[in-house]
Write a new protein. Sequence first.
Length: 483
Amino acid sequence: MPKKKLNNISEIRRFFHTNSDPVYFVSATNFNLLGLDEWVKNFKYICYMDCFDGRHPNVFVPSEAPHDEFQSIEDINNYLLQHKEVVDLIKRRGGKPKFVFLMFDEKTEELVKELGGELWFPKAKLRTKMDNKIETVRVGDKAGVPSVPNVLAEVPSYEALREITEKAGIGHDLVLQSAFGDSGHTTFFIKSEADFRRHEHEIVGEGEIKIMKRIDCRGSAIEACATAEGTIVGPLMTELVGFSDLTPYRGGWCGNEIFSTAFPPKTRKMARDLTFKFGEQLRKEGYRGYFELDFLIEKKSGDIWLGELNPRITGASSMTNHAAFAHADAPLFLFHLLEFSSKPFSLDVEELNARWADPDMIDSWSQMVIKHTDDSVDVITQAPQSGIYRMMPNGRVVFDRFDYHRRAVESEDEAFFLRILRPGDFRYEGADLGILVTRGRSMTKNFELTDRSKKWIHGIKTAFSARPLPSAAALEDHAFKIM
C-alpha cells in the first residue's frame, strides 16, 4: 500500500510532532539548529561544547575523552560519534536513528552507518564539490545567476595575476578567493604587489583561484531548501562583515540582521528569484536539501551578484528558522528533514514562497558573532553564562536570568547570549567567544555598527577574564569553523 501523502503545512507539522525515530544534530554546539527540538519529537543535540552548563534538556555533552588534536569540525563530529557515552545513548534510545550535521566527511558517513543510522544530507563528496567556490560560479552560470565579473585561474605570481586580469578586463583592484574557506580566512583584497606579497603563500600553489573585480557592495544572505516539490526560499538578510569590534578578519562574516525593509522591494524580489533559479539548478546537479547563498548588492547600481554557496545549514540558519514566518508555517529546516524522510508530500511551493515574501511575515532580529580580536593567546578564567542579559540606562551589560530561548528577549534592552568558550579554554585571535541575539537592528542605515551594538559587544567581552599563556606558538592553527 502506498504511503499516505502529506498535503498541507498542518499535516507536515503534525508529522514531526509525532515523529518516533530519534533525530540527532551532532556538532560542536547546538547553535545552528537552536530550537528545532521543539518542532521535532525525539530530536536531540549531541555537542562537544556545553554552552548551557547542563541546563538544556535536549543537549547531550559527553565527558572529555582522549583524542587527537582537532583540525576541523569534522574531526569533532567523528570523535563524538565514536565516544562510548554517545554510542551508549544512541543504542539506549533505540529506533532507526537519523543524523544531521553542520559539517561531515566520508568517515562521518561510515560512522553513521556503523551506528545503524541514516545521514540526512547529500553525500559528502557532492557537498564538497558544491562547496567549491569555483564550482559555485559554474553552477550559477548554468542557472542564469551572475557572479561579479571574474576569471578563474591558477596564480603562480603577481606578474601572472596582472596578465590574467588585464586580459579579462577586470582591472587591478581585486578580491581573490581560493576554492574553500570560511568567514574571510581565504578572501584577499589585492590592489598592489605589496598586498599580494602579504598573502602570496595562501594564493600560489592553491589551484584555481576566483579573481573578482572589486565592487562597492553590501553583503546579504538568503537560505533555501531544494525539495522534490521545488525550491523553498527564506528571507533576504543583511550580513555583518569585517567589523573590527567583532572579528579580526577583514572580509569575515560576523553576524546577520533580519528585518522586512532590509533592502528595497525590487532587490528582495530579485534575490529571491535568483535563489529559486539556483536551487532548481542544484536539483539538476543532484543536490537536494538546505543551502545558503551570499549575494553582493552594489551600492550605486543595485545590481545583484552571486557571492558564494554554502551547501548546508550555516551561521545564519538560526535567524531563518526563528523568523515570524517559521512560527506561522514551519521552520525552513523542517522541509529539509521532510525531503530526506521518504514521506511523500505535496506542497504549493509558489504559494508558500509568495507568503514568505510578505514583509508582515518577517520580524526584526539581529545576531552578532563575537570573536576574540586581539593578537594574543591566554586561558579563560571567567566567562559569562548563556542566558538573557540586560543593558542598563548607563550602557552597562548585566546578566538577568537563565534561558535557552531567544524568544525570551522581551525588548531591545535585552539580549540572548550563547556562550561558546568557557573557563579553561584557550582564547586566541579569531576564537569564537559567543553569539549575541537582539531584537531590532545592530547596524545603522549606513551599515555601520550602532553605538548600542558596540556597548553590547564591550559588555560581553569585558565579562570574560583570562590569564596569560607563556607560549602561543602551539595555538596558531586552532582557528577553524565551528558554526
